[in-house]
Structure formats: structure tokens, C-alpha cells
Design a protein. Sequence first.
Length: 68
Amino acid sequence: MKLFSGDEILALALQQKIEAIGVNTVIRNNNQANVLPSIQPQKAVELFIQETDFAKANPIVEAFRLSL
């Protein structure tokens, strides 16, 4: 389940907070700016968790979004 889509620095900060409570995360970064820097604009980084962990992670996600 996708929790966040946006800047890589923010995704990494949220990932750290979620993993601190014992929930595994996956970051998908489809940027190929290193391969084709002048052709492809930077895409958003996405942060995912298992759907079964949503109830545990949701308070962290909401607090993070309110802090932005």
C-alpha cells in the first residue's frame, strides 16, 4: 500500500520513523536521471508498506503530514 509519494529526502525521513516502530517499508525510486539527465525529469519517490501494517503506521504518517 502506498503511503507517500514525493521528495526522496521526505520519503527517507518517513521511512525511518515507520521502521522505528517495527513496520517494514519499501521505497520505489524510478528515477533514471543518472542515466539520461537531460531527457528525463526527476520523478517522485514512493514509500510502501504492507496493508496489514496500516493501522500501526497511520498515526506516524498523519503526524508526519501535519508537520510538513
